[in-house]
Design a protein around this ligand. Structure first.
Ligand SMILES: O=P(O)(O)OC[C@H]1O[C@H](O)[C@H](O)[C@@H](O)[C@@H]1O
Length: 529
């Protein structure tokens, strides 16, 4: 009879080169269904192979999907692409070294000590993940990275207050398209802050964007400090290993080539056949089996390591923007998706693990276990015994093992990714693992993982709101007295609720005057005095 060790060994995939294990022992996978579905999984791996070879996988946008080439340029179908990637590496290396060694100085002749990255979605989440995962914080103050990823005036004010003078700060404006509104706003806000501090914005500004984009043209016209490339064959949510993630990582002094090495090694592992031995295929199959191919169960990401706490936010975009699709590739309505959430263990045990164990069974867990307790620390505090012979790290690992067992006991599935430590190679490998799993799962459910038609609707509607606001402001009567939202809406032929929503925001911020905002039907609005 197979014992627990046999079971563990049967469902364990391990790669010595990476020292990474995928432990599917509690994943409730079964050999008969894997065997029955082997042809589908093998076909998905074939499709991934074609994508890596340059197939136009993003059919709607007529684009190749080349994030795999970012860590293995020689795989690119066109030598010009490989050359462009290599050139970007050289540029990153030279620029980061210049900043860190003090050859590239601020206009006051002093070194740059930090950067603000302005970007959103794929142009911010990857750099944030890397910064959190790889920055050793106890080695004294190093180069700092702050992120401006919204158009919230209060958030911008907080960031500016925290940063203080921008004299020693680089401003990285990151946008693949070069036309994202939030990012443009962030750039304009920082430009204004520079002007208030009598600093020249272009002297500290860097653009990371596709060649020829509006942002690229602006940066060229104004002679920004540097411009780094993005490419249309890299999706925003898979751009972390392009200059988008690599330049901030290099500025922070991270081992960015290690990131690439780890990702390339995971890609290598992810090409293994048969699918039963392939980590990404097995992970994708777990998603499929748990969610019955329709995302019926959520993926809860539980890394037992503070530095990985942004994994769930990063994976939310990678997974949900890739897989959350109304139509499949045949044009049928499928309403697909896979919800992702999580923060970190053991913190989450004191938040929602109660429901995971005892409540609604609509999830499966992805644990990330890091074997080494302290890593990348120049000075460790030494082991504090929190109980005789027990360290904080022992408790953390015990909580992981306990929670996993407690969930298994209730029939809740999990997989555990075991890392030796959180270094650049391991983080690169994790990123590549999930990228590949997304690609394979998308094949299984037949959706285009590489477009995001759904995000446009909200952006277009927001434009309509701003157009209405302009009309409302133009129609605003001078005081005293004023007009109600309904009267203004009638004059403009607009929806009175939409007009009220615009007016209450303007009035709350002193941009129009109002007698009282208590009653939407009687509030009288007039031009601000
Ligand atoms: O890099 P950008 O072009 O500014 O795009 C930033 C983000 O915005 C969009 O709305 C997309 O849905 C994301 O996939 C993208 O990462």
């Amino acid at each position: 009879m197979a014992d627990a060790l046999d079971h563990y060994l049967t469902w364990r995939l391990y790669r010595a080169e990476l020292d990474i294990e995928l432990d599917f022992a509690d994943a409730q996978l079964d050999e008969p269904s894997l065997t029955a579905n082997a042809p589908r999984l093998e076909a998905a791996l074939d499709a991934l192979h074609r994508i890596e070879g340059g197939a136009v996988a993003n059919v709607d946008e007529g684009r190749m999907v080349g994030h795999y080439w970012l860590r293995d340029p020689e795989r690119a179908p066109d030598p010009a692409i490989a050359a462009a990637i290599h050139a970007s590496w050289r540029q990153i290396e030279a620029f980061a070294a210049g900043v860190r060694d003090g050859q590239i100085l601020a206009d006051d002749g002093r070194p740059f000590t930090g950067a603000i990255l302005v970007g959103i979605g794929g142009s911010a989440l990857g750099p944030q993940l890397l910064e959190a995962a790889l920055t050793a914080r106890d080695s004294g103050p190093g180069f700092s990275l702050r992120v401006l990823d919204n158009t919230d005036p209060a958030g911008i004010a907080d960031l500016l207050a925290e940063t203080g003078t921008l004299a020693q700060t680089l401003i990285l404006v990151v946008s693949k398209s070069g036309s994202t509104v939030e990012t443009r706003n962030g750039m304009l806000e920082l430009r204004a802050a520079c002007a208030r501090q009598a600093l020249e914005f272009p002297r500290r500004a860097i653009a990371i964007t596709c060649e020829g984009s509006a942002l690229d043209q602006l940066a060229e016209r104004e002679g920004w400090l540097a411009r780094f490339p993005m490419w249309d064959w890299v999706g925003g949510r898979t751009s972390v290993l392009s200059p988008v993630g690599l330049l901030p990582a290099a500025l922070l002094g991270h081992d960015w080539r290690g990131l690439l090495r780890g990702a390339a090694a995971m890609d290598q592992w992810g090409r293994v056949r048969p699918a039963r031995r392939n980590p990404a295929a097995l992970l994708a199959w777990l998603w499929y089996q748990q969610g019955s191919g329709h995302g019926l169960r959520d993926m809860v990401i539980l890394p037992y390591k503070d530095r990985l706490s942004l994994m769930s936010r990063y994976l939310q975009q990678l997974v949900m923007e890739s897989l959350g699709k109304r139509l499949d590739r045949q044009g049928r309505e499928v309403w697909q998706g896979l919800a992702v959430y999580g923060n970190k263990g053991s913190t989450d045990q004191h938040a929602y693990v109660q429901q995971l164990r005892d409540g609604l069974h609509n999830f499966f867990a992805v644990f990330v276990r890091v074997l080494r307790d302290l890593d990348g620390h120049v000075t460790g505090p030494g082991m504090v015994e929190v109980e005789p012979q027990v360290s904080s790290g022992d408790c953390l690992d015990g909580f992981y093992q306990g929670t996993r067992a407690a969930l298994a006991e209730r029939g809740r599935a999990s997989v555990t990714l075991v890392l030796r430590h959180v270094d650049a190679a391991a983080v690169g490998a994790l990123i590549a693992l999930f990228e590949r799993a997304v690609g394979i799962y998308a094949e299984l459910i037949d959706v285009n993982a590489y477009h995001q038609p759904g995000v446009e609707a909200g952006k277009q509607a927001a434009k309509g709101v701003l157009a209405l606001q302009a009309a409302v402001l133009a129609a605003m009567p001078a005081g005293p007295g004023g007009k109600t939202a309904r009267e203004l809406a009638e004059a403009l032929g607009a929806d009175p609720v939409a007009v009220w929503q615009v007016l209450r925001h303007l009035a709350t911020n002193g941009r129009v005057s109002v007698d009282s905002l208590v009653d939407p039907s009687t509030a009288l609005f007039a031009r601000a005095t």
